[in-house]
Design a protein around this ligand. Structure first.
Ligand code: ZN
Length: 71
């Protein structure tokens, strides 16, 4: 697995262009989601900057969304 701890993962966020907390890599966002509780939270890619966000599914931009686009 990763040597990255939850603490260091949480320190890796950047302030996204959209104003939310963003992560440069998906694995960081997923680790952060776990530390936040995980349930009901989605990891999704920001349509503005391409950073990864953790949050509720408000924008409709999810992994499924990209999967459907790629299909
Ligand atoms: Zn964003």
């Amino acid at each position: 697995m990763s040597l990255i701890t939850n603490r260091s993962v949480l320190a890796r966020y950047v302030v996204c262009q959209c104003g939310k907390r963003g992560y440069e890599q998906k694995q960081f966002a997923k680790a952060a989601r776990q530390s936040l509780g995980g349930h009901g939270l989605h990891v999704y890619r920001c349509p503005v900057s391409g950073a990864w966000h953790v949050g509720h599914q408000r924008t409709g931009i999810t992994r499924d969304y990209y999967r459907q686009r790629a299909a």
